[in-house]
Design a protein around this ligand. Structure first.
Ligand SMILES: Nc1ncnc2c1ncn2[C@@H]1O[C@H](COP(=O)(O)OP(=O)(O)O)[C@@H](O)[C@H]1O
Ligand SMILES: [Mg+2]
Length: 577
């Protein structure tokens, strides 16, 4: 989804609700017309009363006054209801789109942003935008109408009052906008600091254990203190500037009241207007305040939401996985996999894989060995499309990897690492990941086969026990990760040091259980231990992202000149560490 301009944002998210928007406009405009009428009724009332008019006339005026007031309030309620509905409906879709977009972002892009910033953008910016969607046009239209209505009434009463208040209105707009401008940058700064504080807290909560382990708690508290102090200072400054400019506006409006009463009395003395007209002029001079403030406020909001819009647009325009691929049916059998002249770099110009080519036949188990940092996990990340290679091609059953949909790849290529990513949920949810085909019985059998039955028996609520990563040992976490693959039976399996945290005896049991699973599937085993490699048909050795050697395990073992053979004789674990 690529959104380039704010107007597209409005078209896509607010315009579909044009019917509700029209209703909103109707309620708002009806409300403003009615609110302009009532002062006239009071004027009539006063003049009739002062002139000794009939009681029935006064009563009629009072009833009319109340009826109009009733409808005015009714329209206010309706417009609030419709307005909120439009703003929530439209922005909820935007929120959902943003979240699903973020979930599809390339891992590369996720690394660039911290979660707090993203949360603030999805929530804060969208809220700022919701006002723009539902309110801006309607409020501006409404208030311009009220303003014009008031000025026209002034001109009708006496042209001098009309001219005076037209000039007054312009002056107030100028003053308000001059002073509003002062507070805005302070508020921007305060918002930025709030964002930073969110980001900081989120990041540090995630890294709580390392912070405590390294004894950096005091340092972190200190940093948080500085951030909070900064937040306080900027927010205080913003609020003080805003209050000062508000006071100036209020003073200006008081001047308006003085003008209205002064002019009214002067004209009354001269006999040009009635006492009811003085009331009218006074009331309308008070009524001027709302539209003037509302119009300025809306333009201020527009500025704020345009900043939000820009940030939302920039997020939405961050490309997700470059090529999506159409093929949703992955191969039904274990595929052949071929890397052809693959070159890949995480950072520009720092190639991690250099022109790497290799082929794994259907159902073959390939062990990838090499020193830490030589690019073994990178191969797995390219194969699961967590990252995108820059040159060369990866073929799955002869088709380019990009031709498969991301979902079909993620469903059929299992990547088991040392790090277990858990979701907030029960053991069942964490193992089956909402796959309804996986039964409780199957999960329990897998636990037995993968030697974590004892652990499972200790869980108080069985499969319904919430799973907490912090209570798992590294070995248990690995076994849980392996259980997932064991049950899912994907066509391609990548075990990336997936048994490294198990003791040798447990690893042997687990590998025996996995052997059945690996049988008939294309698999990659990245491992340090020699014994684990016995489950592989062939071996590939990497050195600094380049292919050093590839061949059938048995052949390499027999060949005294092979690197693999030398590794075995020198002690592989020490050599590869
Ligand atoms: N997300 C990343 N950004 C930048 N460099 C990375 C990233 N992940 C890994 N690397 C670098 O790429 C190289 C290969 O990493 P990796 O494939 O994880 O090695 P290993 O063979 O140990 O699995 C290492 O030098 C590592 O520092
Ligand atoms: Mg690795």
């Amino acid at each position: 989804m690529l959104i380039q301009k704010p107007i597209h944002l409005f078209q896509k998210y607010a315009l579909p609700y044009w019917k509700s928007l029209s209703f909103l406009a109707f309620f708002v405009i009806a409300h403003s017309i009615l609110s302009l009428i009532n002062p006239h009724i009071v004027k009539f009332f006063i003049d009739t009363a002062v002139g000794g008019g009939a009681f029935s006339k006064l009563l009629q005026a009072a009833v009319l006054f109340f009826t109009i007031a009733l409808f005015t309030q009714l329209f206010t309620i309706c417009s609030t209801f419709v307005g909120k509905k439009v703003s929530w409906k439209s922005t909820n879709i935007l929120r959902t789109d943003l979240v699903s977009h973020c979930l599809k972002l390339k891992i590369q892009d996720h690394h660039k942003q911290n979660p707090g910033d993203l949360t603030e953008r999805i929530d804060g910016d969208v809220t700022a935008l919701s006002n723009f969607f539902s309110n801006f046009f309607v409020t501006i239209l409404n208030n311009v109408l009220i303003l014009l209505g008031i000025l026209i009434v002034f001109y009708v009463e006496d042209w001098k009052i009309g001219v005076l208040f037209t000039a007054f209105t312009f002056a107030v707009f100028l003053i308000i906008n001059k002073f509003r401008g002062y507070a805005a940058p302070h508020f921007m700064k305060a918002r930025k600091i709030a964002e930073e504080t969110y980001g900081f807290t989120e990041e540090k909560i995630n890294g709580l254990i390392s912070i405590q382990k390294s004894g950096a708690t005091a340092h972190m508290m200190n940093k948080l203190n500085v951030l909070l102090k900064n937040k306080l200072l900027t927010e205080r400054k913003a609020l003080m500037t805003a209050t000062a400019s508000h006071s100036i506006t209020m003073l200006t409006f008081s001047l308006g009241t003085v003008l209205a009463l002064g002019m009214g009395t002067y004209l009354f003395m001269k006999g040009t207007i009635t006492i009811g007209s003085i009331y009218l002029i006074y009331t309308y001079s008070q009524m001027l305040r709302v539209p003037i403030e509302q119009i300025s406020l809306q333009f201020e909001d527009l500025q704020r939401s345009s900043a939000s819009m820009e940030r939302i647009i920039s997020l939405l325009s961050t490309k997700t996985e470059t090529t999506k691929g159409e093929k949703s049916n992955f191969c039904h059998q274990a595929p052949t996999i071929e890397f052809k002249n693959i070159t890949f770099a995480y950072e520009q110009n720092q190639n991690i894989l250099h022109n790497l080519s290799f082929k794994v036949k259907s159902g073959e188990v390939l062990a990838i060995i090499g020193r830490t940092g030589c690019g073994k996990s990178t191969i797995a990340r390219l194969l699961t499309r967590l990252f995108e290679h820059q040159q060369g091609d990866i073929f799955i059953n002869g088709n380019k990897i990009q031709s498969y949909s991301i979902a079909s790849i993620r469903n059929n290529v299992a990547y088991v690492t040392q790090e277990l990513e858990l979701i907030h949920g029960t053991i069942r949810e964490n193992i089956a990941l909402w796959d309804e085909k996986i039964t409780d019985e199957q999960i329990k059998t897998a636990f037995k086969q993968l030697t974590i039955w004892e652990w499972f028996e200790r869980q108080p609520k069985g499969l319904d026990t919430p799973l907490d990563k912090n209570t798992l040992s590294a070995g248990e976490a690995q076994l849980i990760g392996l259980t997932r693959v064991f049950l899912k039976k994907p066509q391609v399996i990548i075990l990336d040091e997936a048994t490294a945290n198990l003791d040798i005896a447990t690893e042997k049991l687990v590998m025996e259980a996995l052997k059945k699973l690996l049988n008939g599937r294309t698999a990659f085993i990245i491992a340090h231990r020699l014994k684990t490699l016995y489950y592989a048909d062939s071996i590939m050795m990497l050195e600094e992202g380049k292919l050093l050697e590839q061949g059938l395990r048995e052949n390499l073992e027999k060949n005294p000149l092979s690197h693999y053979n030398q590794l075995l004789s020198k002690g592989m674990e020490e050599q590869l560490a």
